[in-house]
Design a protein around this ligand. Structure first.
Ligand SMILES: [Ca+2]
Ligand SMILES: [Ca+2]
Length: 282
């Protein structure tokens, strides 16, 4: 179980105990627990690329920030259904504007996608991004495979990053201040690169972002915003827009969700209980 999940469950247990000691009605407790356990992530955006009848249909939807004609709708690989999108060896990218959304401590913003890594024997330039693009590009966060060995952002060891490191670990970028630009996702226990599908994910709180590879923390607590709500993400892109002469990649299941934390939900639940209690007395 992930540390965050353990913490979450502990909080749920605490809230339950608090509610149990103060509330008398069983049905009310059920209501609190329903709120705590039953309310799931709010999906802001999801695309599995399975609904597009053809390339033109995909191009019509992912039609902003397009480079090199956009990604290729493909049935060669798929994490879900039968289709994904591919960036081949040439510079390609496809973007879509989404409902502007921010990450908060009480309701973290999760952005994830499935990434098909084709080779680790040579460096790739294959990644996806989430951007605060409007009214002007103010933040750009990327995750994927990168080949810039001039990046000196091994945030754990402070040692220079080598080509071998970049073949071993996925990389991420927080491009604008207060971010550190590119760095590698090499915390202990993080899955290393391998051929096949991987889930790459960023979880944004008020001012920091955590990165996950296949659900395992790859780098934690990277600053991305000067203050809570300062960054509002409004655009997603798949494909690096850079040539990737050493390997192609596929992208699938691009998702943006807001995850209300149990404490937030429990507070909402307790608020509702207080209201109910008052209503009953009156
Ligand atoms: Ca799919
Ligand atoms: Ca914005």
């Amino acid at each position: 179980m992930k540390a965050g999940e353990v913490l979450r469950r502990q909080r749920v247990a605490e809230v339950y105990q608090r509610a149990k000691s103060t509330m008398k009605t069983t049905s009310v407790l059920v209501g609190v627990l329903g709120l705590t356990f039953g309310v799931n992530a709010q999906t802001v955006f999801y695309d599995n690329f399975d609904s597009y009848a053809d390339q033109a249909a995909f191009n019509a939807v992912w039609n902003v920030g397009v480079a090199g004609g956009g990604l290729i709708l493909s049935t060669d690989q798929a994490s879900s259904g039968s289709q994904s999108v591919q960036q081949d060896l040439t510079a390609k990218a496809s973007g879509i504007d989404i409902t502007p959304v921010s990450g908060w401590d009480g309701a973290p913003l999760e952005w994830s996608f499935r990434f098909y890594d084709s080779t680790q024997s040579a460096n790739l330039r294959q990644f996806a991004t989430i951007r605060d693009n409007a009214p002007a590009l103010a933040q750009l966060v990327a995750i994927g495979a990168y080949n810039d060995t001039t990046l000196t952002k091994n945030l754990i060891t402070s040692e220079p990053v080598t080509a071998a490191d970049l073949n071993t670990y996925y990389a991420a970028r927080v491009a604008f201040s207060p971010g550190p630009n590119w760095f590698i996702l090499n915390m202990d226990g993080v899955p290393t690169r391998s051929t096949g599908w991987h889930e790459l994910k960023a979880v944004f709180s008020d001012t920091t972002v955590d990165f996950y590879v296949d659900g395992v923390l790859g780098m934690a607590g990277i600053e991305y915003a000067a203050a809570a709500g300062a960054v509002t993400f409004d655009r997603l892109t798949v494909g690096s827009g850079l040539s990737s002469a050493n390997g192609a990649a596929f992208y699938d299941d691009v998702k943006v969700t807001v995850i209300p934390e149990p404490t937030t939900l429990a507070l909402l639940g307790l608020g509702a209980l207080a209201f109910l209690g008052r209503a009953r007395r009156e």
